[in-house]
Design a protein around this ligand. Structure first.
Ligand SMILES: [Zn+2]
Length: 111
């Protein structure tokens, strides 16, 4: 089992793939990391209305944990561009998976 995932609970993430598919209820594009559930590392919920938006892949969770340990807890939502993420959630809403990159790419968003 993964023990690190709870450390990510509450983290705000904005997914590039979700530009095309914002929350169907309120239009919010930022998701919040929730708790682990079954085989999943963590759930993702709409930042505004708490609607379930998908699951956090372990590869991304590991990447986020590494990033936070290095740079600290982000004050802004982290933007992720990662085809793996979309593929892992293809059964949810994000069907625009593209395989341009094999590696997670993360951008610390700043004002
Ligand atoms: Zn919503």
């Amino acid at each position: 089992m993964i023990n690190d995932a709870p450390l990510l609970a509450g983290l705000r993430i904005q997914l590039e793939r979700m530009k095309d598919v914002p929350c169907g209820v309120c239009g919010q594009m930022v998701v919040v990391v929730g708790q682990a559930a079954g085989p999943h590392v963590a759930s993702l919920h709409c930042a505004t209305c708490d609607r379930h938006r998908g699951w956090l892949p372990k590869t991304i969770a590991d990447f986020l944990l590494e990033t936070i340990s290095r740079f600290g807890w982000p004050t802004e939502a982290i933007t992720i561009r990662n085809p793996e993420f979309a593929q892992a959630n293809a059964t949810a809403l994000w069907v625009h998976a593209r395989s341009q990159s094999q590696h997670p790419e993360l951008v610390m968003k700043r004002n």
